[in-house]
Design a protein around this ligand. Structure first.
Ligand SMILES: [Zn+2]
Length: 159
């Protein structure tokens, strides 16, 4: 089976149905196509990159493999769960703190005090980011067969 590089309209429909039927959110979560993975937790919107694997995904995978909670999960699928996790674990104060910390890491990288990888590893470890990821890990562990079916249906690479 050949692997597609981009998500299709059908892949988005499969993912939207998966969210509607299996994620126990108080309000509906809308999935959108974007140029990068993103979330707007208080608007219940998540954005999925059409480009499947980029440098940040490689760094995210490397960081995730070092975490004590590590359990093997397709990293693109975990990125999708991570964005949903932002809604499921949302808290304005911790999101504001994240933005503040992100500004500091941006400055440190600009000044060449830290590398891009160090910047991203620090970012993934910010409490609200880490919590969104670990929500995804727990969701996956609780719904492993279902998640594997979705991964198969949307034809994700083994990454
Ligand atoms: Zn995030």
């Amino acid at each position: 089976m050949s692997k597609r590089y981009r998500f299709t309209k059908q892949d988005f429909e499969i993912l939207q149905n998966f969210i509607d039927n299996y994620v126990e959110s108080e309000e509906p979560i809308d999935l959108h196509k974007s140029y990068r993975f993103e979330c707007s937790p208080f608007d219940n919107e998540i954005y999925i990159s059409n480009k499947r694997v980029n440098k940040t995904d490689v760094q995210f995978k490397k960081w995730y493999e070092m975490q004590p909670e590590y359990t093997p999960i397709n990293i693109t699928f975990l990125s999708i769960l991570h964005e949903i996790g932002h809604i499921m674990t949302r808290n304005q104060e911790t999101l504001d703190n994240r933005d503040l910390q992100e500004n500091i890491y941006n400055f440190l990288e600009e000044q060449k005090i830290i590398t891009n990888e160090e910047h991203n590893f620090a970012y993934f470890s910010i409490p609200c980011e880490r919590r969104a990821t670990m929500w995804g890990v727990e969701f996956y562990k609780d719904n492993e067969e279902l998640c594997k079916q979705i991964i198969e249906k949307i034809n994700l690479e083994n990454f």
